[in-house]
Design a protein around this ligand. Structure first.
Ligand code: MTE
Length: 323
């Protein structure tokens, strides 16, 4: 991703206060906050507040608690105004400003390749194909920030099973919309359009891999990848392709947009891994959007973004080599 050098020249409190003093002060504030939160249900209230700001068409879904984190949600406002969607511009605010030109109806998704039953499905059929679940996932961007978002969708495996993959289907390629008339960002040569992503077949079939049609109880805002996107919570955010129009099952590892543009920086797997730094920055910690206060410490990044249940997919693989 394109990272602009920070212009801030802030003096941190840690630079002017003796270490033992500010560390004790931080511990005290954290204890106070924790006590208050448990006592008064502040987290509950904060989560309701995050939902309250969503005002788009509603989408009913049943919470899948087993696959959801209980962490405090990122506000809808942050999740829908701080985006990466280069087809609508390179700055974080550009997608929210520009993506109103995206037409999400009519919309079809073609599923083809190594399948016995290729099909083109209308988006409204896709939405009804399996019961919609709400899953609260962490999303960790390769740039070093993260969010906690209540997505709405169902496991991608539900859709893939319908087309009956052949024995040759080893990978899945996701191709997204590239339409000059709707997407001003396509004028920029930053990527070789369309934006394409890929997963290994077992990754695509993993229950955590979510075919996503909504968030915060409503249909996806355009800037978040309407009308249908992927969310793969144990991988860096760029694997979660937005506004998908074609899903192709293939026998060979497909070309993917970021890997193609900078293979030494963005691997095909791109599992969240605090032990493998990006060539230009560390991946050991992250900034949770909405927690940017003066005293806020960065969070430690967790292996597989904390989704340990996927570890067995990679047993025996050198994850430094296959980053
Ligand atoms: N999909 C498309 N088509 N185009 C993009 O530029 N950006 C990716 C991913 N999917 C991107 C995309 C990146 S870098 C991230 S971090 C996530 O979308 C961001 O999703 P969000 O804006 O919903 O948080």
């Amino acid at each position: 991703m394109l990272i602009k050098p920070s212009q801030d020249k802030l003096v941190l409190p840690s630079e002017i206060t003796p270490r033992e003093v500010y560390e004790e002060r931080r511990r005290f504030i954290a204890r106070m906050a924790a006590t208050a939160a448990v006592g008064s249900g502040i987290w509950e209230m904060a989560n309701r507040e995050a939902f309250a700001q969503a005002a788009g068409p509603k989408l009913a879904a049943t919470r899948n608690a087993a696959l959801s984190t209980e962490e405090k949600l990122t506000s809808f406002k942050d999740a829908s105004s701080y985006n990466n969607y280069y087809e609508f511009g390179l700055d974080k605010g550009d997608p929210a400003e520009n993506a109103h030109t995206l037409r999400t109806r009519p919309w079809t998704v073609t599923i083809e390749g190594e399948v016995k039953k290729p099909v083109t499905l209308d988006i409204d059929r896709i939405i009804k194909l399996a019961p919609l679940e709400e899953r609260i996932y962490r999303l960790r961007c390769v740039e070093g920030w993260s969010m906690v978002i209540p997505w709405v969708g169902y496991s991608l495996s539900n859709l893939l099973k319908q087309v009956e993959p052949t024995a040759n289907a080893k990978y899945v390629e996701f191709i997204t919309l590239a339409d000059n008339k709707q997407m001003p960002g396509l004028r920029s040569p930053v990527l070789d359009w369309p934006y394409v992503e890929g997963l290994r077949m077992d990754e695509a079939m993993h229950p955590l891999t979510l075919l996503t049609v909504g968030m915060y109880g409503q249909v996806l805002p355009n800037q978040n990848g309407a009308p249908v996107r992927l969310v793969v919570p144990w991988k860096y955010g760029f694997k979660s392709a937005k506004s998908i129009v074609k899903i192709r099952l293939v026998s060979r590892q497909p070309k993917t947009a970021w890997n193609d543009s900078a293979p030494n920086e963005y691997g095909f797997y791109s599992n969240v891994n605090p032990l493998v730094d990006h060539p230009r920055w560390s991946q050991a910690s992250e900034r949770r959007i909405g927690e940017d206060g003066f005293f806020q410490k960065k969070r430690k990044t967790l292996m597989f973004n904390g989704y340990d249940q996927v570890a067995s997919l990679y047993s025996g693989m050198d994850l430094k080599k296959f980053f």
